[in-house]
Design a protein around this ligand. Structure first.
Ligand code: PEP
Ligand code: MN
Length: 269
């Protein structure tokens, strides 16, 4: 397996977001809604999650939805609102890019380019993002093996960008009780195999609000360097992923637990 990789061979690679290194002393806590729904919504939630301890802001502006009739995102307008929310709070922006034709546009507004699960195998996009200097959050494809995920990261590295943060977000299995099956073993495997930071996404990994806290802690116990969590002020009326979005009050408790866990230094890797 290792022979097929030239760059990501397991030697630790330091990844920074706006000059700040991601490590256990400074875990990445990305929070925000699934989608940017309005200027007011994203600014309100950005202020809230910042106050509660988030270290980066999430929110999709280009949404790859299963149904063509579902909310598709505010596109460039959404990116502008994210940028404004970032300027107000100081939080770096993490948001999904769905096509290489948007790279120039994203450069103006975004701190971390997210490659979503549906695009992990979009090699044209990966090659183009290899030329970008900013960090890439590379989610695992929902039906991708660990090996395919490793090689997707290798594409970014081979084309010039080793600023990669990996994200385990669950895979499809026979079980539909949860939205996906969160593959916790992938976390220590990916850390060891690639040397890159790995974070966990309990939101898409489970699809269920009540599972966010336990799966956050499970991910950290497995060695994750951070989390990405969907937080919404009014999840019942969210335009996407309301069932898995937590309330700010729940996020507060989770951040406290993350901090305690990291300070305890019982984490591995
Ligand atoms: C998201 O983070 O909003 C998202 C669409 O996630 P995924 O690509 O993991 O489905
Ligand atoms: Mn979502």
């Amino acid at each position: 397996m290792t022979n097929c990789r030239k760059i990501l061979t397991g030697k630790k690679i330091e990844v920074k977001i706006n000059g700040v290194v991601i490590d256990k002393k400074n875990p990445l806590i990305i929070a925000g809604p699934c989608a940017v729904e309005s200027r007011e919504q994203i600014i309100t939630i950005a202020k809230e999650v910042k106050k509660l301890g988030a270290t980066a802001l999430r929110g999709g502006a280009f949404k790859p939805r299963t149904s063509p009739y579902a909310f598709q995102g505010l596109e460039e307008e959404g990116l502008k609102y994210l940028k404004e929310a970032s300027e107000i709070t100081g939080l770096p922006v993490v948001t999904e890019i769905t096509d290489q034709k948007y790279i120039e546009m994203f450069e103006k507004y975004v701190d971390v380019f997210q490659v979503g699960s549906r695009n992990m195998n979009n090699y044209t996009l990966l090659k183009a993002l290899g030329k970008v200097k900013k960090p890439i959050l590379l989610k695992r494809g929902m039906s991708s093996t660990i090996y395919e995920w490793i090689l997707a990261a290798e594409y970014l590295a081979e084309f010039g960008n080793t600023n990669i943060i990996l994200c385990e977000r669950g895979i499809r299995t026979f079980d539909t009780y949860t939205r996906n099956t969160l593959d916790l073993a992938a976390i220590p495997i990916m850390k060891k195999e690639t040397g890159l930071p790995v974070i966990v996404d309990p939101s898409h990994g489970t699809g269920r609000r009540e599972l966010i806290e336990p799966m956050t802690m499970a991910g950290l116990s497995a060695g994750a360097d951070g989390v990405i969590i969907e937080v919404h002020n009014d999840p019942d009326n969210a335009l996407s992923d309301g069932l898995q979005s937590i309330y700010p009050i729940q996020f507060k408790k989770i951040v406290e637990k993350i901090k305690k866990f990291m300070e305890s230094e019982i984490w591995i890797f």
